[in-house]
Unconditional design. Sequence first.
Length: 338
Amino acid sequence: MTELASDILHWFKLNGRKNLPWQSTPPNIYHIWLSEIMLQQTQVITVIDYFNKFIICFPDLTALANAKEDEVMSNWAGLGYYSRARNLHKTAKIIASNHKGVFPKKYDEIVALPGIGPSTAGAILSLGSGLSTPILDGNVKRTLSRYHKVEGHYSLSKVMEELWRLAKHHTPQTKNAEYTQAIMDIGATICKPKNPLCGNCPIASHCGACLSKEQGIYPNKKPKKDKLPEKTITFLIFKNESHEVFLKKRPGRGIWGGLWSFVECDDNTEAIDLAIRQHNDSAKIIRRLSKFKHTFTHFNLWINPILVDSPGGLANYYDAGSLALGTPAPVKKILQAL
DNA sequence: TAATCGTGGCA
DNA sequence: TTGCCAAGATT
């Protein structure tokens, strides 16, 4: 066992997180899988409430496999990266039909499932079955980059190969579930992106970056991008006499895939008039709501919401106060303000 | 290899 | 206010 693994395991006994909602003895593989998917690019604090709500609706893999897609999406709405939810549902169905409802135990089978890549597969095997399988999530990448002063940004395949090599090198044969949880805990609570708490770190005395006071240099920063592109769209909020609003299910790919949203069109008079006529020939604009910005990782979206009177509207009109459908965050924001 | 895919918290 | 980016995978 490497010194890093030994130090981390010792630290874990007293300091590790052992009461997260998806942790149990023995581990529940469904909970482990679900949490790992929710935790992709998402912090623990954000996931906890979603996880608890989700396992009440879908207590086990069979319940999830038998669920309607809209019910799954509704429980995921607000968490983001919605392909995760669609793939989660797909995988539940695959396991139900191809694996007799039992989560597969082999790495090759697990990594072949939709939404599960090499790191998530490793985490499932390690945390769920205690197998000696490396992971390489953001916490491990950051911690090992500092410890070994790895040169180059993650976007370079050469850097990722080196980090995987190091991750495998430190992954112990025994106590692997504890090690995996421990190194993620250290990454999340001590070896943080900004202001790492090296004074509390069990591996600081052997950490290259800490010893040379270069915690800010490693991991190497992402090359700066130009300004984020900006887009402006119009939301048309069709409202009938019963104060119900029209929502449309978005296609299963692209932004907000599988969620329900307003009619959307370009932000100009001609496009707006056309979209209104096409939806309901007797509809008329009531008023414009205030324009607001919604920020994504890769662009900024300006949303121009317009409230439209839509007499006779019936199909796919819903009461905003008792909506059971998943909606994008900005749509939910508008619905709550109506 | 580089884009795409959400949202919210924090410095 | 703006920029950064989190328990990554997919195309």
